[in-house]
Design a protein around this ligand. Sequence first.
Ligand code: C2E
Ligand code: MG
Ligand code: MG
Ligand code: MG
Length: 281
Amino acid sequence: RSKEIGKNNYQFYNPIITSKSCQRLQIENLLHQALEKEQFLLHYQPQINIKTGQVLGMEALIRWQHPELGLISPTKFIPIAEETGLIVNIGEWVLRQACLQNQFWQKMGLPPIRIAVNLSPQQFQQPNFINVVTQILKETDLEAHFLELEITETTIMENIDFACQVISYFQTMGVHISMDDFGTGYSSLGYLKQIPLNSIKIDQTFVKDLKEHPQDLAIISAVLAIGRGFNLRVIAEGVETQYQVDLLKKLECEEMQGFKFSKPLTPEDAAKFLWSSPFNS
Ligand code: C2E
Ligand code: MG
Ligand code: MG
Ligand code: MG
């Protein structure tokens, strides 16, 4: 406690840094109890095949509902959870909750879809991570191919040999692996041939300003070509406008996710979205 006060006094002359570090400390303190107090929830964002209208999957996105601070975005607390190690337990909760939800939707008779779960580097690098996933699939009675793990390029590049082993094992289990935020890392493309992926997610930064930056079109079309060459699905993230949809369609990008189709939804609204999707087998 005295250490914290000392720190704040030291930063007295820089009110911006002080308030930022205060906020950080506050979040860190509250984050410790958030799991026990059941303050986390998941929202789900549909992933669409634009040709058929089929909902292929839902991406689980965590939110933190705090009684005083309100709804807190993962961009605010996931980095802190990552630094403090809290992400390991939080991540395990997300996995279990997402698998449970998917199993529940299937039991309700909704068309079966994949549930996509984001992994943070620390979580992925846990030595028992494979066991955790195996156990959760067993517990929730969800078939492995209905789970997709979203791993960023940066996470993979931190230890490519390790990542390759873990991902290969998931492939033998039937769990799908997707590379998130593709194109934003600083890695060479060569590693792609080592990693057995199922899909690539084109980062939303390339989709966002398509109108102003036609160069992004070239990047997207290169990623789509890589996808075809490697026999991977390619999904465009952050699709918001019809203009973007039309351009992506022209490039034969079939899979999209973004506000144009739906914002991340509560479980109830996600189920409604699934019911009303044109492809109900
Ligand atoms: P991400 O995995 O790349 O997720 C996509 C983010 O873009 C989500 O933000 C989503 O709400 C937002 N998004 C989707 N469509 C659009 C669109 O059309 N326009 C715009 N502007 N944004 C769109 P969100 O939910 O705030 O999550 C941010 C990031 O936090 C995620 O990026 C992911 O890296 C991380 N995250 C979220 N949930 C989890 C989790 O359960 N575990 C871990 N480790 N990270 C998570
Ligand atoms: Mg993601
Ligand atoms: Mg992403
Ligand atoms: Mg992202």
